[in-house]
Design a protein around this ligand. Structure first.
Ligand code: NAD
Ligand code: MG
Length: 400
């Protein structure tokens, strides 16, 4: 599925046209940091955000894209006023997001929306033949088979941004696909790695939002605390690298220095290392197949005391097992896993359910809902909605 390690698109000296979906988020703002470093090589053509119109307006005034997209229609008026006289088009909602992903001036799309909301624009970018820098792992979890088929049909390219998958991708440079034996996805273990299981029922929202090594958006931070994040990444790796679940090992590595590893059929293992900083994998996806000189922090080997590893604790982190089970079943199961998890995390962030309820309701959704094999896009959307409805019965209110 990944491109051969050659140029993803012609390098003719012109800056690469960039559309940043989710520009106001953690991935999006760090992508703009990379653009600030390389204004001659990257040109922002589109920026999108869901509700933070003020930040989106500031970004637009700095980078002067052709268009901006705001998710919440109620924010559009203020955004139009802020950008009056600039000539920047203001679009709205999911249709605007898809348009921003497929603009003719765009070469590469940074898929930095969180959750399944990122799926449709990625499919639109694929259909338009774009190169996609994929941070939005939920896209592959929910619709890996459809994405893969569409990439082949339209000759588009997907480049991983997730640090583990970028690490594996970097390890694979120059290697034949048939020589890959297995992958090791490293995980920090999150904030609760050493916490006693008996106290998990009391975990608060603020505790779960405090990640030891990475600063990220709220949803992925909670996913890291439950280790659902690693489960989603196992499914992501399956689709990106054409490997089966049995070939993917998850290993706790608390320092987050080794970002992941590949073992080859001759017994050799390659790893990619670095200070935990998302700017490095973000930049690699934007510069690929080149590497651009940048001032990101380097590992200080003299201060590195050691690299530790341990297997994940299956009792503390049942989400990991659930993700492997969903991958083994296939069909709509990963979409149900993802939707139930998104809804459960949203409820947890509002203090409507407890931390330990997250795996419980996801497991219940996986057990209760029918699992269609080889689902269409519409079937996946329906499975997503059903799973959300089921989870809402636990937390009250209406689905987001
Ligand atoms: P975030 O919450 O910081 O930002 C999400 C962005 O998506 C924001 O711009 C927001 O406005 C937009 N958005 C949210 N809901 C939307 C909707 N319904 N429609 C349109 N836009 C919407 O999230 P993040 O941490 O930047 O993560 C983005 C994606 O990247 C996630 O899939 C995450 O798993 C993945 N990822 C993030 C990191 C990281 O360090 N933050 C690392 C690896 C992978
Ligand atoms: Mg990751």
């Amino acid at each position: 599925m990944l491109p051969p390690h050659t140029a993803a698109f012609p390098v003719n000296g012109a800056p690469r046209g960039l559309s940043i979906l989710g520009a106001t988020g953690s991935i999006g703002t760090q992508t703009l940091d990379i653009v600030r470093l390389f204004p001659d090589r990257l040109r922002v053509r589109a920026l999108t955000g869901h509700s933070n119109a003020e930040l989106l307006a500031r970004q637009a005034l700095e980078f002067l894209p052709d268009c901006v997209v705001i998710g919440k229609a109620t924010e559009a008026r203020g955004l139009r006023e802020a950008l009056a006289g600039t000539g920047i088009r203001v679009l709205e909602g999911p249709a605007g997001l898809c348009e921003a992903a497929a603009l003719p001036e765009v070469d590469i799309v940074m898929a930095g929306v969180v959750g399944v909301a990122g799926l449709e624009p990625v499919l639109a970018a694929i259909r338009a033949g774009k190169t996609i820098a994929l941070a939005n792992k939920e896209t592959l979890v929910v619709a890996g088979a459809l994405v893969k088929a569409s990439l082949a049909q339209h000759g588009s390219t997907l480049l991983p941004v997730d640090s583990e998958h970028s690490a594996i991708f970097q390890c694979l440079v120059g290697e034949p696909a048939r020589a890959v034996e297995s992958l090791v996805l490293t995980a920090s273990g999150g904030p609760f790695r050493t916490r006693a299981l008996e106290t998990f029922a009391e975990i608060t929202r603020d505790e779960a939002l405090r990640h030891p090594n990475w600063s990220m958006g709220a949803k992925v931070t909670i996913d890291s605390a439950t280790m659902m994040n690693k489960g989603l990444e196992v499914i992501e790796a399956h689709w990106l690298f054409d490997v089966q679940a049995e070939q993917i090992e998850v290993l706790i590595h608390p320092q987050s220095i080794i970002h992941s590893m590949v073992t080859f059929t001759d017994g050799s293992t390659k790893a990619q290392l670095g200070v935990p900083d998302m700017k490095v994998p973000i930049q690699y996806a934007l510069s690929y197949p080149d590497r651009w000189p940048a001032p990101h922090p380097r590992i200080d080997w003299s201060r590195l005391k050691g690299l530790d590893f341990e297997p994940p604790d299956a009792d503390k982190f049942p989400c990991l097992r659930l993700a492997y089970e969903a991958l083994a079943f296939g069909g709509t199961a990963p979409a149900v896993l993802n939707a139930a998890n998104e809804q459960a995390v949203a409820l947890f962030l509002k203090d409507h359910i407890r931390f330990v309820d997250i795996p419980r309701v996801v497991e219940e959704a996986l057990g209760k809902l029918s699992r269609t094999v080889q689902p269409s896009y519409e079937t996946l959307v329906e499975a997503d909605a059903e799973a959300r409805r089921l989870v809402m019965e636990h937390g009250g209110g209406v689905p987001d």
